[in-house]
Design a protein around this ligand. Structure first.
Ligand code: ADP
Ligand code: MG
Length: 654
């Protein structure tokens, strides 16, 4: 008949400082039958814990053979080990090893997280065993709200929950008073009588005598093996490997457990978690703000240029800007000859002349300082500004230098409030003008309010109001976009010729295409966005390093817990997933806060600049993806470190 466990010539050597050998086990051979209650005794350092760890597959043998139910499992892989531990062994430790964050039921259910099956089954079973160890009335308690004896009973319940073949206990009463110790031993006896195999390390001879067999170790060797009582022979089926776990990430109970764990570990350390996500918050906020402001600015530019009319070239003399005095020399100042000549260029649809200046406008007791433009009736067509009420001025108004004005809506609001301005008289620089029309509303144009202006006939502006003899600038509208370049090239040479100026003056006549200006502005916005994007990337990177740092600390702090989880059957991938999920969750929190912050920044900046911020769905999805990617990229290394820990080493870590 095959034994439950058979060890043959097992050795285990530790090397202190990597050099000096310590022979923790030397050629130990041992076989244990199903149903036995074995006490392992021996002085401190004799190898008891080492033997128990090898029995429970928490540690690997270095030489010798381990047969479990007749099958050689001496060279188990990490995940085989995890499955066998989960399925066949239940562990009870001297220091209880409960997770303080979880309540009693959750602690008891822990092995089920790593077993096949659903969470409901595990919960039912956990409640059963907790009742059985006498804790039925303490289910809602946290582990720090019960006594040491009760804590060890929870640990016992956890070991029993999955109905393992063998219970392994390393000095389970070492931290307990005599009475609690007696109770625990009674439980061991009881479950042994119900058929469980129990292997227990103990110091106390009076506890050991409750066992059916006492094995004594000394210096890594078995020095005595004494049967106290016969146990009924039980036959067990040969080992069938526990089924490979379905590695379905969406196995609900496991996922829920990881999620819950992550949530708890983030919220038990609020300040630390917050500080570690700050980088991600800033990065995501930058991404959101960048996209919102960039899109807003782009839309604003489009709107502005749409209001300026299409297929339009702007002509002005730039000599003043270049500091070349032309005040006395009228050669490059535009006049009516130029206007007529420009109209004759092929492909030109209309030419609109301008003079402009600041003016004080007065109606009754109201005062308003605004810009006055003198122009021609073509203005209303080229600039898409046919008045909504009243009319624009006509050619005959131009010819008679009529004192008529068309007001922008902002001016109307300032001077007239709710009153109808049509037909009223306003004083512009102390000259009386009759209001004949109101311009359609245009809104903000860059940093200028396009509605804050008064339009009057060009001639009136030049000779009566501003006292200028020259035209300031022109808008030239082409018949089609195809004509623009050709017209653009023709304008400056034509004006030079009319003014008899040398070719060297060519650069003083500026002819600009609106589309070019729009493109230049768009390029500027793009550069600006790119800059913000770079800030976003840098802060995400810094944030990621922050996350990695905090994850490494977390792994270190929880090494012991990782050991426990592995003892209960967690595979490397389980640990990896858990820590990765924690990292991703932290980053997602950062992402959500970042999205709000970014939106706020965009809204504030937009208010100051006077345009709208557009926080699009796309940018939110992008920010979310970013945070997840940061979580995965920077969490994977610490998570990998955690998952690679050997169970026995992790458990030994304090
Ligand atoms: P016991 O549980 O009987 O007190 P152990 O099995 O823990 O003894 O240890 C047996 C021997 O192996 C001791 O001499 C101990 O110092 C040594 N030992 C145990 N674990 C390690 C380790 N990780 N590194 C070095 N030596 C170890
Ligand atoms: Mg020990």
């Amino acid at each position: 008949m095959t034994s439950l466990i058979e060890l043959k010539d097992i050795s285990k050597t530790y090397y202190i400082g990597g050099k000096i050998p310590v022979y923790a086990l030397k050629n130990a051979s041992l076989s244990i039958e199903a149903g036995e209650f074995v006490a392992i005794m021996g002085s401190s350092g004799s190898g008891k814990s080492t033997l128990l760890a090898i029995l429970g597959l928490l540690d690997r043998v270095e030489s010798g053979k381990y047969h479990l139910l007749g099958k050689d499992i001496s060279n188990f892989s990490d995940s085989e080990g995890a499955r066998l531990r989960n399925h066949f062994f239940g562990f009870v430790f001297q220091s209880f090893n409960l997770l303080a964050r979880l309540d009693i039921v959750a602690n008891t259910m822990l092995p089920f997280v790593y077993a096949n099956g659903n969470g409901e089954e595990g919960r039912k079973r956990a409640l059963d065993v907790l009742k059985r160890v006498g804790l039925g009335d303490r289910l809602k308690h946290k582990t720090n709200e019960i006594s040491g004896g009760q804590q060890q009973r929870v640990a016992l319940a956890r070991a029993l929950a999955t109905s393992p073949l063998v219970i392994l206990a390393d000095e389970p009463t070492g931290n307990l008073d005599t009475k609690s110790a007696q109770e625990i031993i009674s439980f061991f006896k009881e479950i042994n009588q119900q058929g469980n195999t129990v292997i227990m390390v103990t110091h106390e001879p009076n506890l050991a005598k409750e066992a059916s067999r006492i094995i004594t170790l000394s210096d890594g060797g078995i020095v005595s093996d004494q049967k106290i009582r016969e146990v009924p022979k039980r036959s067990l089926p040969p080992l069938t490997e526990p089924k490979k776990k379905r590695h379905n990430l969406f196995a609900f109970s496991r996922l829920a457990n990881y999620f819950h764990e992550a949530y708890i570990s983030i919220f038990t350390n609020k300040l630390r978690s917050f500080l570690s996500i700050l980088g991600v918050v800033i990065g995501v906020a930058a991404v959101i703000a960048m996209l919102a402001i960039g899109t807003g600015a782009q839309k604003q530019i489009e709107k502005t240029f749409a209001s300026l009319g299409s297929n339009v070239l702007m002509v002005r003399s730039s000599s003043r800007a270049h500091g070349i005095s032309l005040g006395a020399d009228s050669a490059t100042r535009f006049n009516f000859t130029d206007l007529e000549a420009l109209k004759k260029i092929e492909g030109v649809k209309a030419v609109v002349p301008y003079v402009n200046g600041r003016a004080q406008s007065v109606y009754q007791n109201k005062n308003w300082n605004t810009t006055v433009y003198g122009t021609s009736p073509d203005y209303q067509n080229v600039r898409d500004s046919v008045p909504n009420s009243g009319r624009f001025f006509s050619e005959s108004d131009m010819n008679t230098k009529a004192k008529v004005a068309v007001l922008g809506t902002a001016v109307v609001k300032e001077l007239f409030g709710g009153e109808d301005p049509l037909g009223k008289w306003v004083k512009i620089n102390r000259i009386n003008f009759k209001v004949i029309g109101v311009l359609p509303e245009k809104g903000m144009s860059g940093f200028r309010n396009a509605d804050d202006q008064i339009i009057i006939p060009l001639t009136t502006g030049m000779y009566r109001l501003l006292g200028e003899d020259y035209i300031g600038s022109f808008d030239i509208q082409a018949q089609s976009a195809d004509d623009l370049t050709q017209i653009q090239d023709a304008v400056a040479p034509l004006i030079l010729k009319l003014h008899r100026l040398p070719a060297s003056q060519l650069e003083n006549i500026e002819v600009r295409n609106m589309a070019d200006i729009q493109k230049a502005a768009g390029d500027m916005i793009n550069t600006f966005s790119l800059l913000l994007g770079a800030i976003a990337v840098v802060s995400l990177l810094v944030g990621g390093i922050g996350i990695m740092n905090i994850m490494l600390v977390m792994v270190m702090e929880r090494t012991h817990e990782i050991g426990l989880r592995k003892a209960l059957g967690a595979e490397n991938s389980d640990i990896l997933t858990q820590f990765l999920m924690e990292s991703v969750l932290i980053c997602l929190f950062g992402g959500v806060i970042g999205i709000f912050l970014g939106w706020l920044i965009a809204a504030l900046m937009a208010t100051f600049a006077g345009w709208n911020a557009y926080v699009s769905m796309g940018s939110i999805i992008l920010a979310f993806t970013f945070s997840v990617v940061v979580g995965v990229v920077f969490g994977i290394w610490p998570a990998k470190q955690a998952s690679r820990l050997q169970p026995i080493e992790a458990l030994r870590y304090e």
